[in-house]
Design a protein around this ligand. Sequence first.
Ligand code: NAD
Ligand code: UGA
Length: 454
Amino acid sequence: MNRNIVCIGAGYIGGPTMAVIAKMNPDRKVYVCDINAKRIAAWNSKNYALPIYEPGLVDVVKEVRGKNLFFTTDIKSAVKKCDIIFVGVNTPTKMFGRGAGRASDLQFWEATAREIKGYADGDKIVVEKSTLPVRTAAAMEAILNDSAKYRFTVLSNPEFLAEGTAIKDLLSPDRVLIGGPETVEGRAAVREICDIYAGKDGKWVERYKILTTNVWSAELTKLAANAMLAQRVSSVNALAGLCEATGADIDEVARVMGADRRIGSKFLKAGPGFGGSCFKKDVLNLVYLCETFGLHTAAEYWSGVIKMNDHQQERIVSRLFKAMFNTLANKKIAMFGFAFKADTGDTRETPAGYVARLLNEEHVRLAITDPKAIENGKRDLAGLDGITWEKDPYKAAKDADAVLLMTDWKEYPALDWEKIFKSMRKPALVFDTRNCLDAGALKKIGFRVLNVGK
Ligand code: NAD
Ligand code: UGA
């Protein structure tokens, strides 16, 4: 067995994860492959115009690209060169047929299994990096080992990094999870993957943080962890509505709840609801799994997390409507932030997209600004009239009736809000859905201010 690694899928997960694996394992060659030639060209671009924005990523790629990290569309020769194969392809929610709207669409995943089988020229360890329904490894094994000349051992190594902090999360993870079959080959394969995460000379992840389980526990833990995090966001947003109705302040409630170590302070920030490519998809997947196993009450429980999230975004538009005298038609609203969270250009499932569509139905003139997400945003909202995109937030706010802050970019509290106020139509409203601006200072300037949970 050689030490080389290939990852199939050069997206948000494959690119950063393999860059850090290469950095921490300079004695291994790491290949990252994709069928999307444009994406691979961007990973290889001379000026490091990488296909995704992630703080610190360019520095890591500069350090290892061309030394022991290689981006390529030649999946066939990469599979031949490497005995360890990570699979990090997309597993979106299925939009057709059985399980539509809930189950994972595994067509890209299955295609890679067939590619691996077709190209392999020896025994391989295949590592699930994508997030998958429980027992997917069994399907992968069935395809790979059916009448194959070589032996394939399938492990699950789900990724827990969050976008915006991917490099930090990869360099010092809370834990790494490796699930493997309880067989002699399975245990040996798990040891191989543990060695990768330990890094050269044991300089990466401490051994006690590398947790091993059976394959099914590993697959389920990934869905469970995302569902628990999403559930916390929905819970705090459910409380936010009650705060607005009663005069309580959600930031105060969250601060005091979070001071209890049993509850903990993370993921208690009320806002426009969760976005991102995974929370909704993974909770829906969990719902589908529960239904498949006849656990209907559990399915309903997890469905509530999504229902609450959708409600939170609808509530933003309702409150804006009410605050703007029950008519939004032809009014100009400047949307500050379109990415699903700060420090990323990713707009998949962004609350801003959902809210923008609802505002568009009300014939709002929307001017959207974002430091990193304009290109993705334009693609998401293509075909909608009445939307303009502005790099400069001051230009976006000029002559607007309201600023609707959707993403907590650190640039926004630092803006000259007096200048913004002067350039807007009066009465000027700020709806800060992230509670990240100084509401007192804004009111002093003359703004009407709305927050979430206050
Ligand atoms: P992505 O869409 O950014 O990247 C997936 C890539 O796989 C694409 O570039 C696509 O072209 C490529 N691909 C698809 N089929 C292929 C094939 N047959 N051969 C080669 N390449 C192929 O998706 P992502 O955000 O990187 O997510 C990938 C997986 O990782 C998902 O299952 C997701 O749930 C999981 N995950 C993502 C994150 C995250 O922060 N984005 C975090 C943890 C887990
Ligand atoms: C999330 C998980 O945090 C990662 O562990 C996981 O690997 C990843 O999903 C995945 O599987 O893709 P990510 O979606 O990148 O990471 O970002 P988060 O920081 O979790 O934020 C998700 C959403 O929740 C964002 O829209 C964010 O603004 C929102 N959020 C988060 C809140 O509204 N309040 C909070 O307190 C925390």
